[in-house]
Design a protein around this ligand. Structure first.
Ligand SMILES: [Zn+2]
Length: 252
């Protein structure tokens, strides 16, 4: 009896450990073939994306970070969110302040789904370098405030992407002083050009194969991208690609 008592808690503990392991490896509910999110990467402030900067995120071979710009735009953003949810994939959304102001419910929906939210200015001037420095800073700051307000009770990450990737040394220095990580990209689908979802899929997969890894830029405001996304996630899975979810090393 005494022996049994000693063994019993150990057996329970072992069973709990097994259960915890099983929980960690739990498949995506309702989708046994889901792509899933392979790992979470904590990002410090800095500049990332080889299209614009000398360095990018520390990604392994065939690791990708999915990013979506310019939302929220309810009709297309809802399709993107549904596709990501179906595959248990976490992404990052760089939101335009005035869109966040217009659709705060969608900002919270993105955050509630566990995605990362970053900033993309208030009005998306093309570009922030084409207006004066004080006007650019004002646009950036209003964008941050609008997204922060809409996101509550959730928090945006201290991540910024320049509209049209237009930055200047002075604006980059401003980002550095604010402790914001600046996201460029390593590749994109060129989804600002009109094309069929099928063409966009083949284009982005071809670019991924060339790059081998990286930060991928899409626009969740584009219907062709929203329509393409389920097939894109399936292609990533079939090709052995892994999705990395970026989160802030510290909260903004
Ligand atoms: Zn944009």
């Amino acid at each position: 009896m005494k022996l049994q008592r000693r063994i019993y808690p150990a057996v329970i503990l072992f069973a709990l450990m097994l259960a915890a392991d099983a929980a960690a490896a739990e498949p995506c509910p309702g989708n046994p073939n889901a792509l899933g999110t392979a790992r979470v990467l904590k990002v410090e402030h800095g500049r990332y994306g080889t299209k614009h900067f000398p360095q990018t995120l520390p990604l392994g071979p065939r690791e990708v970070v999915l990013t979506f710009d310019d939302g929220p735009n309810p009709p297309t953003t809802s399709m993107v969110l549904a596709a990501l949810a179906r595959d248990c994939v976490k992404a990052t959304f760089f939101l335009i302040g005035r869109h966040a102001e217009a659709h705060p419910d969608f900002v919270r929906k993105i955050a509630a789904a566990g995605h990362t939210i970053g900033y993309h200015s208030m009005t998306h001037p093309m570009t922030l370098v084409s207006i004066s420095y004080p006007a650019a800073v004002d646009n950036i700051e209003r964008g941050i405030k609008a997204v922060d307000k809409a996101a509550l009770p959730y928090h945006a990450a201290p991540f910024f992407r320049f509209p049209g990737f237009g930055s200047s040394p002075a604006l980059l220095a401003y980002m550095g002083r604010k402790g914001l990580a600046v996201f460029g990209a390593d590749l994109w689908a060129s989804d600002w050009n009109v094309m069929t979802p099928q063409f966009e899929l083949s284009l982005v997969m071809q670019r991924l194969e060339q790059a081998g890894r990286g930060i991928v830029l899409f626009h969740d405001t584009q219907m062709q991208t929203a329509r393409m996304l389920p097939a894109f996630l399936a292609a990533l899975k079939a090709g052995g690609w892994k999705v990395v979810h970026v989160v802030p090393a510290r909260q903004g």
